[in-house]
Design a protein around this ligand. Structure first.
Ligand code: HEC
Ligand code: HEC
Length: 566
């Protein structure tokens, strides 16, 4: 009986379609998404801010319009960042110039990103409109229009693919968790949590094009509600990530599988098939390898690493400075040059998770692990093995050492277990410390979760160097002489810029910073708390004190200790 009803109903639907005068054309979900994106780009481009500036509207009106413009961008940020990242840079790049090595079409490509877009506009309009910068403001707003045109052309001419939508949607969830929960984009207006809520609504409008996405849409709604109108300093990020963020990226992965939409694959540090940022195999250490490593190479590399024969005078191995029981550091402020008492230029960094970087050394001068190793082997101060091995082919040595260092990827701390679902893996104090790290203490705006280094997420092909103004002595009033990245690139704004090193295993890698000046984590936290190198140098972080209380400092340190690898 039921079946007859179905047939009759079906026939009725067909009849309706056939005789309905202007039967709507059925669009694919991706076509619907492209149309939605076009409308969203239009709303962003026609926000009225440019007109208002030209007509000398009041500061309050301009600020209001600016906040709306920022939110209008957030609605299609997931697609803007994915389909045309260069145009996204025009809309949303840092308010200071950046020249970070990027891994694009192979290692060693350097690109300077000029300050432009919303973040610079923010500095003109907040906290007060700087009318002297009106002409600059108009130019910047015109650039936003140009970027919008690029997006419109893209979404009208290039078909959007289902696999791309799901890849981009998951990356947007990661972007929100890593950057959106900090005040990375909006240091002055501090509306990052509200913005993240709007980004989630943008994802909702895209994913609603797919049938069977109801449970994701509900989750997106409740996640957005959880973010809105929250106090930035008090927001519980750990709760948000485990209750909303991780379930969201997981469900997005599963819906793609369920719909049989193929996975988009290209070499990437953050694996496409990871369902959350914290999956044990989310990061692929071989992504930047000249050739993928084999177990035999790893075993050989491990032996060579500890073999003094590799050094010019046979007295020193890699392990003399990178000691496995000290998280591959040496506990010294600076080690000495081969065969002398002369100090090396810099503190020995950890090698745990070092492979997860697109550039190496404190000044980022080596663009691949292989280059980095060639450099160390021939460095007269460190190994000087060029004397011994110069006439021979050393590529097998380099490949083996690189394979060994890639085997030292260990994202298996208690913090990782917590994020994978073991609630008891962290104490309340440690969770508070994590929330401070991502919020009030602003550490997460440079040490990006979950690698907690300067590899820029979620694409992970750029490595950031920052000027924090590390002093010559612990409470010193003079910046350390080392020019860092500035000496390599000879660019004024990069003088005293250093790679943002990972803080994973920091509890085991004292002393700290490129010059090993701080002996304890307490000293490091005090340094940041008083505004880092304020007054010593033109730094890239806020000069304000963080106003951390002593219990808060203890919480931060407890969290850092939870990042030790097993
Ligand atoms: C004399 C001490 C010493 C020896 C020996 C030594 N290193 Fe290092 N290593 C350092 C120092 C110091 C740095 C940081 C230098 C800089 O950033 O300018 C470094 C940096 C590195 C880095 C880059 C880490 C990063 O995150 O950027 C890698 C990888 C590395 N060393 C591997 C090796 C290997 C492999 C060997 C043996 C062939 C070796 N090192 C031998 C002291 C040493
Ligand atoms: C503006 C970006 C920025 C911010 C914000 C920031 N850091 Fe750093 N951090 C860096 C850079 C760059 C270095 C390397 C500096 C150097 O070696 O001279 C670094 C180094 C460190 C180190 C030393 C790691 C080592 O092995 O030597 C620790 C620990 C650290 N930061 C913790 C923190 C904490 C905790 C916070 C928040 C209170 C924080 N950072 C905020 C950029 C930043």
């Amino acid at each position: 009986m039921k079946r007859y009803w179905m047939i009759i109903l079906g026939a009725a639907v067909v009849a309706l379609y056939a005789f309905y005068p202007a039967a709507p054309i059925l669009h694919s979900p991706e076509q619907v998404i492209a149309d939605t994106l076009l409308a969203q780009v239009d709303r962003f481009a026609n926000n009225g801010l440019l007109n208002a500036v030209s007509n000398n509207a009041s500061e309050k009106q301009l600020q209001q319009l600016f906040l709306q413009t920022q939110l209008a961008y957030k609605r299609f940020e997931w697609a803007a960042e994915y389909f045309d990242p260069a145009a996204a840079t025009l809309i949303n790049s840092a308010p200071v110039p950046e020249a970070s090595p990027v891994y694009e079409n192979g290692p060693g490509v350097y690109r300077t990103i000029q300050p432009q877009g919303l973040q610079v506009i923010e500095t003109i309009l907040f906290p007060h409109y700087d009318t002297r910068r009106k002409a600059e403001l108009i130019t910047l707003l015109s650039q936003l229009q140009a970027a919008s045109q690029r997006y419109k052309r893209h979404f009208t001419t290039v078909p959007v693919l289902g696999g791309q939508v799901f890849d981009a949607a998951k990356l947007e969830v990661y972007r929100i968790l890593i950057l959106g929960l900090t005040d990375f984009d909006t240091p002055l207006t501090q509306q990052s949590l509200t913005e993240s809520a709007v980004s989630l609504q943008g994802l909702k409008s895209a994913l609603s094009a797919y049938s069977q996405s109801e449970d994701i849409l509900l989750l997106l709604d409740s996640a957005a509600i959880n973010l809105k109108h929250k106090n930035f300093n008090q927001f519980d990020r750990a709760y948000f990530i485990t209750h909303y963020g991780n379930p969201l990226s997981r469900r997005i992965s599963r819906l793609r599988q369920h719909l049989n939409i193929p996975l988009i694959r290209y070499p990437r540090l953050l694996q496409q098939d990871a369902e959350t940022l914290f999956d044990p195999y989310a990061f692929n250490a071989d992504a930047y390898a000249e050739t993928p490593s084999t177990p035999a190479q790893v075993a050989l590399g491990k032996r060579l690493f500890a073999d003094p024969l590799l050094s010019g005078d046979g007295t020193r191995s890699c392990a003399s400075c990178h000691q496995p029981d000290k998280a591959f550091t040496d506990g010294l402020v600076k080690n000495t040059a081969l065969g002398t008492h002369q100090l090396l230029l810099r503190n020995t960094p950890t090698l745990i998770n070092a492979a997860l970087q697109p550039a190496f050394f404190y000044d980022l001068r080596a663009a691949s692990l292989e280059d980095q190793i060639r450099d160390v082997l021939s460095d007269t101060l460190e190994m000087n093995s060029s004397v011994r091995v110069a006439p021979q082919d050393t590529s097998w040595v380099v490949a083996a050492l690189a394979a060994y260092i890639r085997s030292l990827v260990k994202l298996n701390s208690r913090f990782d277990s917590y994020m994978q679902g073991s609630k008891q893996a962290l104490t309340k104090q440690e969770v508070n410390g994590f929330n401070l790290f991502m919020g009030k203490a602003r550490c997460g705006t440079c040490h990006y979760m979950p690698l907690f280094s300067g590899v820029f997420p979620p694409a992970y092909f750029r490595m950031d160097a920052e000027v924090v103004g590390v002093p010559k002595s612990v409470n010193g009033t003079e910046v350390d002489d080392d020019l860092g990245r500035g000496a390599i690139t000879n660019t004024p704004f990069l003088m005293h810029a250093f790679k943002t090193t990972t803080v994973r295993n920091a509890a085991r890698t004292a002393p700290y910073m490129h010059n090993g000046i701080f002996t304890t984590l307490e000293q490091v936290i005090d340094f940041y708390d008083k505004g880092a190198g304020t007054g010593l140098v033109n730094q890239t972080l806020s000069t304000d004190s963080l106003h951390l209380t002593s219990p808060e400092k203890a919480e931060l340190i407890a969290f850092l200790k939870s990042l030790n690898s097993k």
